[in-house]
Ligand binder design. Structure first.
Ligand code: SAH
Length: 225
């Protein structure tokens, strides 16, 4: 009887409803419960279908409290880290964002639900291609993807109000600091590939650059072409 009713309950919900429930649970237990309070970020993470950003076969793990492999030795970041980095750069409606390290496109999609435009650069051409397809399929019109080395930023669209780097650099690339707008904020993991890394927040104020250490982290390395 118990088994039968469980079976019936499972059958009552569609796959889509199960993903929505998993996403709501992720936002409640991993994002809000850990102190992320920005309503726009919460709303955006409630909307972005993270299970569409992971490789086939990983959909049921998409809302877990950990990063997942996306192929080519790269990963989609843990949901909390995405939320934390997003909150640190204070996104809002009119802002222009540069992301280095498109990967799956998940971080870009979370930002795109809040800001005006997201420019994103991915060094692995195949991942850049997959993300472009994914954005098209999901209807994101304000994300522009380019394949290449993001070290030099994207001068044609600079300056940026926000820069988000999702691969760990040994030092903060100078061109990225240069392309940050007055009052702009950049978040970037800094450290060696195998050693300690720390998330740093860079704020440009009256031409001066202030750098704060936020959180120890573990990211894939920032590569050079
Ligand atoms: N933001 C991604 C996280 C991807 S992991 C997501 O939400 O899924 C970091 C990505 O940075 C990897 O895909 C890696 O290939 C890319 N990367 C590393 N060095 C880079 C560089 N110099 N320029 C652009 N992308 C880079």
């Amino acid at each position: 009887m118990v088994i039968l009713s469980l079976f019936l309950t499972a059958g009552l919900y569609s796959q889509a409803e199960r993903y929505t429930a998993a996403r709501e649970n992720m936002v409640a237990t991993q994002i809000i419960a850990r102190g992320i309070a920005d309503r726009e970020i919460i709303k955006s993470m409630e909307k972005v279908p993270r299970h569409r950003f992971v490789p086939a076969g990983y959909e049921d793990e998409a809302y877990g409290d950990y990063p997942l492999p996306i192929g080519y030795g790269q990963t989609i970041s843990q949901p909390y880290i995405v939320a934390y980095m997003t909150e640190a750069v204070k996104p809002s409606a009119k802002k222009k964002v540069l992301e280095i390290g498109t990967g799956s496109g998940y971080q870009a999609a979370v930002l795109a639900g809040i800001v005006d435009t997201v420019y994103t650069i991915e060094i692995i051409e195949a991942l850049a291609g997959e993300a472009t397809e994914r954005f098209k399929m999901l209807g994101y019109k304000n994300i522009i993807v380019r394949s290449g080395d993001g070290y030099n930023g994207w001068i044609e669209h600079a300056p940026f109000d926000i820069i988000v780097v999702t691969a760990a650099a040994e030092v903060i690339p100078k061109p990225l600091i240069d392309q940050l707008a007055e009052g702009g904020r950049m978040i970037i993991p800094v450290g060696s590939q195998y050693g300690a890394q720390v998330l740093k927040l860079v704020i440009k104020k009256l031409g001066k650059t202030e750098i704060r250490d936020l959180l120890p982290v573990r990211f894939v390395p920032f590569r050079r072409q």
